[in-house]
Design a protein around this ligand. Structure first.
Ligand code: NAD
Length: 259
């Protein structure tokens, strides 16, 4: 049960990179991937938070390191990913988790807010995927990329959030396009589509009793997800057990998309 050849979801001797891994869902993903034996690289625009996450993983017996990275900084993305690949000799898993939400009614949406949300949530995913895939292709290993989309990648949403929902729809289809393009190189590209989880990003909705009740009402299972629920979906797609799955977005949604 401790090898990475097709049993037990283990990631021993592998390097897993998680963007936005300092907090929220990314932090849970970093914990789970490290718990499965991967050397986990926490990348985040929040340098201090990333270092704290890596040292907490190390304290609980995992292997981790942290680097500051803004996924919108193209040169820094290439430099950081190359540095990781060079130091470790390989990058096996990339989780494109960094993301933001700016809930603004569409008619009041300033262009700069639209561009920042689309930039971090869609362009940032592409820049990191492109950079990692270049190394995965040259390594010749079975690379896996897991993008974090959202139930809002499949839905117009229940609250005004046009830039976010558009960016997540882009992630869903980018996942398909990259999966097709990189399948001949042995790279699998999948995504997870979380429902609502109480993190900094979604806190305004949870802090308001009315919207919190609505979230529960709109979710057949009647509750929000926990960060670990999302992280286990990521683990499945990052593991060798999902070796025949690519181009797929796995909703972890308590039935939200099944109405
Ligand atoms: N929380 C939810 O309800 C929910 C639902 C569906 C999808 N998601 C998605 O899950 C992902 C994680 O969200 P979360 O809820 O954990 O949010 P969060 O705000 O708790 O954490 C996001 C992390 O990303 C980092 N980050 C932000 N901009 C960055 C940048 N430019 N470069 C690098 N790092 C950056 C932040 O510093 C933070 O550590 C996002 O892609 C989000 O869209 C969240």
């Amino acid at each position: 049960m401790t090898n990475n050849t097709g049993t037990s979801f283990r990631l021993d001797n592998e390097v897993a990179v998680v963007t936005g891994g300092a907090a929220g869902l990314g932090r849970a993903m970093a914990d789970v991937l490290a718990g499965q034996g991967a050397h986990t690289v926490v990348l985040d625009i929040d340098a201090e938070g990333a270092s704290k996450a890596a040292s907490e993983i190390e304290s609980s017996g995992g292997s981790a390191e942290a680097q500051a990275l803004d996924v919108l900084d193209e040169a820094a993305v290439d430099e950081t990913i190359s540095d990781i690949a060079k130091r470790h000799g390989h990058i096996d898993v990339l989780v494109n988790n960094a993301g933001i939400a700016q809930r603004v009614p569409a008619t009041e949406m300033p262009r700069d807010v639209w561009e920042r949300v689309m930039g971090i949530n869609a362009t940032g995913v592409f820049l990191c995927a492109r950079s990692a895939a270049r190394h995965m292709i040259s390594q010749g290993t079975r690379g896996r990329i897991v993008n974090i989309a959202s139930i809002m990648g499949f839905s117009g949403g229940i609250y005004p959030n046009v830039a976010y929902n558009t960016s997540k729809g882009a992630v869903v289809n980018m996942t398909r396009a990259l999966a097709v393009e990189w399948a001949p190189h042995g790279i699998r590209v999948n995504a997870v589509g979380p429902t609502y989880v109480r993190t900094n990003l979604a806190e305004p909705l949870f802090a308001n009793p009315e919207t919190y009740e609505e979230i529960k009402w709109f979710t057949p299972m009647g509750k929000e997800a926990q960060p670990a629920d999302i992280a286990y979906g990521v683990l499945f797609l990052a593991s060798h057990e999902s070796k025949m799955i690519t181009g797929h977005t796995l909703p972890v949604d308590g039935g939200f998309l099944s109405w």
